[in-house]
Design a protein around this ligand. Structure first.
Ligand SMILES: [Zn+2]
Ligand SMILES: [Zn+2]
Length: 115
């Protein structure tokens, strides 16, 4: 059985911050955060570092993506998110624990099913 987070996926940053101390890895152990000198943020120790997933769009190896104006973008470019997730999947397939996934949301009512 796949281990998922013990709480529903957060919808806001505040919910995420509240959930963070209770989040677990794919072996069901509490996650640990540590300051990372490479990307200069605190992140989960089981996670790949942002610097390991350079952005295919803006080329950033920092914890934030960059706008063409060289200001930090509010979120990662989509291609980088995909690269980071691929890196997590690869590590997991190599037997390294990763951040457990969020439980699947309740499926929406299926309006297309014939009655
Ligand atoms: Zn890092
Ligand atoms: Zn980027």
């Amino acid at each position: 059985m796949t281990i998922t987070q013990p709480m529903p996926a957060p919808r806001t940053l505040a919910e995420y911050e509240a959930a963070k101390p209770h989040m677990i890895d794919t072996l069901g152990r509490p996650l640990v955060t540590a300051w990372c000198d490479t990307c200069r943020i605190r992140h989960f120790t089981v996670e790949p570092c942002a610097s390991e997933a350079p952005c295919p769009t803006c080329g950033s190896t920092r914890s934030r993506c960059m706008r063409p104006s060289e200001h930090e973008a509010p979120s990662w470019h989509r291609a980088r998110v995909a690269r980071f997730e691929a890196l997590c999947d690869q590590r997991e397939s190599e037997g390294l624990p990763q951040v457990a996934r969020w439980p699947a949301p309740a499926p929406p009512p299926d309006r297309h099913r014939p009655a």
